[in-house]
Design a protein around this ligand. Sequence first.
Ligand SMILES: *[C@@H]1O[C@H](CO)[C@@H](O)[C@H](O)[C@H]1NC(C)=O
Ligand SMILES: *[C@@H]1O[C@H](CO)[C@@H](O)[C@H](O)[C@H]1NC(C)=O
Ligand SMILES: *[C@@H]1O[C@H](CO)[C@@H](O)[C@H](O)[C@H]1NC(C)=O
Length: 391
Amino acid sequence: MRPRWLRSVGISIGALALCSLFYGHHYSSLISAGSRTPREGVGYDLPSKSLEWIPAVSHGRERNREQTETLRVQRPSKEQVPDTCPTSLQLRVKNDSYFNTLFNFEVPLLLWNSHMTERNWDILGKRPVPYGWKDLPQEDVASTLKLLNDSAHRVMFRRQGPQKCIRCAVVGNGGILNGSRKGKEIDGHDYVFRLNGAVIKGFEKDVGTKTSFYGFTVNTMKNSLISYNEYGFTQTPKGADLRYIFIPSDLRDYVMLRSGILGVQVPSGYDKGDKPSVYFGPKPSPRKFKMLHPDFLLYTRERFLKSDILNTKYAGLYMPSTGGLMLLTALHSCDQVSAYGFITPDYNRYSDHYYELQKIPLEFYANHDMILEMQLWGRLHDKGIIKLYKR
Ligand SMILES: *[C@@H]1O[C@H](CO)[C@@H](O)[C@H](O)[C@H]1NC(C)=O
Ligand SMILES: *[C@@H]1O[C@H](CO)[C@@H](O)[C@H](O)[C@H]1NC(C)=O
Ligand SMILES: *[C@@H]1O[C@H](CO)[C@@H](O)[C@H](O)[C@H]1NC(C)=O
């Protein structure tokens, strides 16, 4: 146990970090009961008819080519085998008249070198971060994307065969996991996604130990290292099989990713002087890094998490949460998805995070819409598309 004064310094640094992150705008008044008018029973909109979601590149072809190659090698000759996992969430989505209109499994999920085209620079260059490259120096974006030239940058993982169902667990950091004893179940999945302040030591029985993907923005990763240090988040997850998923929320993410792959100190900008080895281990293989596509971020906002906050003066701050983005990433790459540590309607019963020493209530800020996310996870669970951990 640390001395009380040290803990309170830790918390105020954390609070400071949060303030700079959210510009201090507290959102609880906006979100208080009554101000949110439920729409059409489910509480969120169908995709807008006017939504002009233009894929920046035709992505399906690349992805299909990779899958076809895998299938060609592994498909047993003559035998009739289904192309996909027979219990895949894709089939459940197809079966559901509501979610069928939201999901587009052809959306570009990851960003890689061949996305650096003149056409993309025109389209993405008009959208502000995190949905595009507006105001970012072209040389920073181009030099980063150039390094994403391996097949590992184009897919989340390789499929082992057409019939194998890929089962993923996405572990949020919610207080509901305290005492859950779900560690073994979580580790039993093919891939485990974690994010931000993912404390493991001391909570193995509740959250497991396996980490296949760690998702973050450089801002949330560094804030987590400061704010949750006192709870044991003293370093980012590391491991031979671990992959880092960058959410490109601003220039910092492009510059850090480039420095991480090149294995050099961050040369300029907000994180100047940072050693990427601190975050990603010494001499990480370039194949350890992936970056989400700005189109995917826009798609998640427009189709799944089109918050009322977008109609307020806080619109520019709003984006889906890191946990929400990781869960949607899993939904667009795995066959079966279980979500642990995500917000449920009884969130008042739990602390903000599973590792706090005393109960700290969940706070709402203008940059995310946790109530909307809660409704989405609940609805996906009710439709059998995800398995959401509840108590
Ligand atoms: C699709 O819906 C039909 C009819 O409701 C049901 O019988 C079938 O099991 C569903 N399939 C999946 C994959 O959920
Ligand atoms: C990717 O680019 C780097 C640097 O330009 C180069 O050394 C490497 O061989 C390339 N990798 C592939 C798979 O093309
Ligand atoms: C975690 O669970 C334990 C046992 O139920 C409880 O005593 C403790 O207060 C919980 N921690 C928080 C932060 O809620």
